[in-house]
Design a protein around this ligand. Structure first.
Ligand SMILES: Nc1ncnc2c1ncn2[C@@H]1O[C@H](COP(=O)(O)OP(=O)(O)OP(=O)(O)O)[C@@H](O)[C@H]1O
Length: 246
C-alpha cells in the first residue's frame, strides 16, 4: 500500500532523512519511533504528499502521494487537533469529507463519534471539549474521510499517560474493524510496541532507519499486555536500538 524507496528529503542545506526504504502492506499498522529531530514528521509528511522527495520516491496505493491525498485516500491526525473552533464536533467530522468531494454521510459520522466514545457530544464545540475528546474528534474525522491510509503524528502527545493508553487501545480497535493501513509516529516506546505490527526505529541526523522490529504480540491488545514479559522484552529491544552507540 505504501512504498518508500531510497528516500531523502532536504530543506535547503538541512537533510532531514536519508536512505529510507520502507514498505507497508495494506492493512498493517507500522509505528515509527526516534528521538526529536530525526525526521519522523518529515517522513510522514512526505508519505502524505505534503513534502516532496529530494531523491528517491514514494507511492501510495500505486500512485504519487499528492494524488492519493487530493483524492481523499490519505487521512492525517496531527499532534495538535486542528479542529475548526466555529464548527461542532459533528460538523468537524463531516467537513473534510465534503472538501474531498465525497458524498456527505452524517449518520456514519454520528456513528463514528459514538465509536470513539463521544455519543452525546455531536453538537459540542471544540472549546468545550477536553484535549483527549478533541483528539477523538480528529480521529473520527480522519476515519470518516474514508481514506485507506491513516498517517498519525504523535496524535496523543499532549494527553496524560492513562488517556494515552486508552486512546491507543481505541485506535487499535477501530483500525482492526476498518482495515486501514496506518503509519503512526510516536516518542513513546511502550506506545510503539503496543500499537505496531512493525516498529521502525529512526535515528541520526539526517535520520535513517536503524532497525525494524516485527511485533508479533497477539491481538486484540489491551492494558494487560503492558504487564506481560513478552511486551517488556520488546520494549527493551526497541530501547536498546534507540540508545546503543552503533
Ligand atoms: N520546514 C522546515 N524547514 C527547515 N527545516 C526543517 C523543516 N521541517 C523540519 N526541518 C528540519 O528537519 C529535521 C527533521 O525534523 P522533523 O520535524 O521531521 O523531525 P521529528 O523527528 O519529527 O522531530 P520531533 O520528534 O521533534 O517532532 C530537523 O533538523 C528540523 O529542524
Amino acid at each position: 500500500m505504501i512504498s518508500v524507496e531510497d528516500l531523502a528529503v532536504s530543506y535547503g542545506d538541512v537533510t532531514a532523512i536519508e536512505d529510507v526504504t520502507l514498505d507497508v502492506a495494506a492493512g498493517r499498522f507500522v509505528t515509527v519511533i526516534g528521538p526529536s529531530g530525526c525526521g519522523k514528521t518529515t517522513l510522514l509528511r512526505t508519505i502524505g504528499g505534503l513534502e516532496s522527495p529530494t531523491t528517491g520516491g514514494v507511492r501510495v496505493a500505486g500512485e504519487p502521494p499528492e494524488r492519493a491525498q487530493r483524492r481523499g485516500n490519505v487521512g492525517f491526525v496531527f499532534q495538535q487537533h486542528t479542529l475548526l473552533p466555529w464548527k461542532t464536533a459533528l460538523e468537524n467530522v463531516t467537513f473534510l469529507r465534503r472538501l474531498a468531494g465525497k458524498p456527505s454521510k452524517p449518520d456514519a459520522a454520528r456513528e463514528l463519534l459514538d465509536r470513539v466514545g463521544l455519543a452525546g457530544f455531536e453538537g459540542a464545540y471544540p472549546a468545550t471539549l477536553s484535549g483527549g475528546m478533541r483528539q477523538r474528534v480528529a480521529i473520527a474525522r480522519a476515519l470518516h474521510l474514508g481514506a485507506d491510509v491513516l498517517l498519525m503524528d504523535e496524535p496523543f502527545g499532549e494527553l496524560d499517560e492513562l488517556t494515552r493508553e486508552t486512546m491507543g487501545i481505541e485506535v487499535s480497535r477501530v483500525w482492526r474493524e476498518e482495515a486501514k493501513t496506518v503509519v503512526f509516529v510516536t516518542h513513546s516506546i511502550p506506545e510503539a510496541v503496543l500499537l505496531g505490527d512493525r516498529c521502525v526505529v529512526v535515528r541520526g541526523s539526517p535520520g535513517r532507519v536503524v532497525e525494524t522490529f516485527d511485533v508479533d504480540l497477539p491481538r486484540p491488545r489491551d492494558r494487560s499486555v503492558l504487564e506481560s514479559p513478552a511486551f517488556q522484552r520488546r520494549v527493551a529491544a526497541v530501547r536498546a536500538a534507540l540508545t546503543d552507540d552503533r
